[in-house]
Design a protein around this ligand. Structure first.
Ligand code: PSV
Ligand code: MN
Ligand code: MN
Length: 381
């Protein structure tokens, strides 16, 4: 029963999606945005309320710094959600101009590692089991720094953080092709992330941000490979047309999202072990509704992936039936899963049409009236 699998799905939303964000050219302020992490959680709770499958929220430190993390976790629980991944931030401080953990200056490296260790302290206080590490580190010009020495510094820092992880905790290492570094990035691809994680051990895994690849990259291959090696820790889902666009998941290329989800299902990754997270910025569209739409898009892709007739596919593949095998996959993709999801939602006690139900709820009008002077999401803050 694919419904049983769909009922179990969990998609984590990012706290930074609820605040104001933009491009490097302009941040467009929206009415009603949260003024603090407590209000971000309240908005995230709405996404869970209307989808039924978004029960956790990722935090980004220091964007979501609070005096008492246990209190924030309590607040989340009262809202019916939990705090999930802790995202470190070693990319927004002047000291990190030439890198964080790979910086040539040992004092800057120490500062960056201190922050990463602080994030593990926060995980302890909150009861979070996952730390997400993305490094903006890299160079803009050939010769600017020693590529190999920077790998050594990265390995050293990761080793310190790895040793600090407690029982049941892990970190996910994120890669990104380029930006903000434009010549060389220290963790540019899955191979680099994978190699570091393999050396470290089972508590280090790779996270695939769907927006972090060169155009044309076969992301589902990466997913299949990492799963086979037991090194796929999770996803940062978003859509891209050009680079790291951070648009709504499934908006640019729903077929790619389906192919990725199929490899997850095929590779046995449809478990709690592989975290499905969104990493998006809603620059021009309303934020809570944008998150609801994105969760639904991932859910639809998942339903289609679960619908693939794996036996028929395996038989066609074994016979070398190229067109037959392709047709099995395409049949699933072409299926309209919306009626199935609508009845599943009703059965789960949520509205069959989450977007309309959220609109009707009046929540948006309420926060616009109640909140004045919303916080920045972090970018451009
Ligand atoms: C970097 O582009 C990234 O994808 C990382 O996951 C960061 O933590 C996130 O964006 C912040 O928006
Ligand atoms: Mn990301
Ligand atoms: Mn990104």
């Amino acid at each position: 029963m694919i419904e049983d699998d769909l009922r179990k799905q969990r998609i984590e939303t990012p706290s930074w999606a609820y605040g104001n964000s933009g491009t490097r050219f302009k941040v467009f302020a929206q009415p009603g945005v949260p003024r603090d992490p407590y209000e971000k959680l309240a908005d995230a709770a709405q996404v869970h309320r209307f989808t039924g499958i978004a029960p956790t929220v990722a935090l980004h430190i220091p964007w979501d710094r609070v005096p008492d993390y246990a209190d924030l976790a309590r607040h989340a629980r009262e809202l019916g959600v939990g705090i999930g991944t802790i995202n470190a931030n070693v990319f927004q401080d002047d000291d990190y101009k030439l890198g964080s953990v790979t910086n040539p200056d040992p004092a800057v490296r120490r500062k960056a590692v201190e922050h990463l260790l602080e994030c593990v302290d926060i995980m302890d206080a909150i009861g979070s089991d996952t730390l997400k590490l993305w490094f903006s580190d890299g160079t803009n010009y050939p010769g600017q720094d020693d590529i190999r020495a920077r790998q050594d510094r990265l390995a050293e820092a990761l080793g310190v953080v790895y040793e600090r992880l407690g029982e049941g905790q892990r970190f996910l290492l994120e890669y990104k092709l380029f930006e903000p570094a434009f010549y060389m990035t220290d963790v540019p691809d899955w191979g680099t992330a994978y190699a570091h994680c393999v050396k470290l051990g089972p508590k280090a895994q790779v996270v695939v941000d769907t927006g972090h690849h060169a155009p044309g990259t076969n992301i589902e291959f990466i997913v299949a490979f990492l799963l086979r090696e037991g090194k796929l820790g999770g996803f940062d889902f978003n859509s891209r047309f050009y680079a790291d666009d951070d648009l709504m998941a499934g908006a640019a290329d729903p077929f790619q999202l389906f192919r990725i989800m199929f490899e997850v299902v095929r590779g046995g990754g449809y478990t709690d072990e592989v975290a499905f997270m969104l990493d998006q910025s809603h620059n021009i569209e309303p934020k809570i509704a944008g998150q609801i739409r994105s969760v639904m898009n991932v859910q639809e892709a998942t339903a289609k992936a679960l619908l693939v007739d794996r036996e028929a596919l395996a038989a066609a593949q074994a016979e070398g039936d190229v067109l037959g095998a392709n047709a099995v996959l395409m049949d699933a993709y072409a299926t309209d899963v919306r009626p199935l999801l609508a009845s599943l939602r009703t059965e789960m006690g949520v509205d069959p049409d989450p977007m309309a139900a959220y609109d009707r709820s009046g929540y948006f009008a309420r926060i616009c009236a109640d909140r004045v002077g919303g916080a920045q999401a972090g970018w451009g803050a």
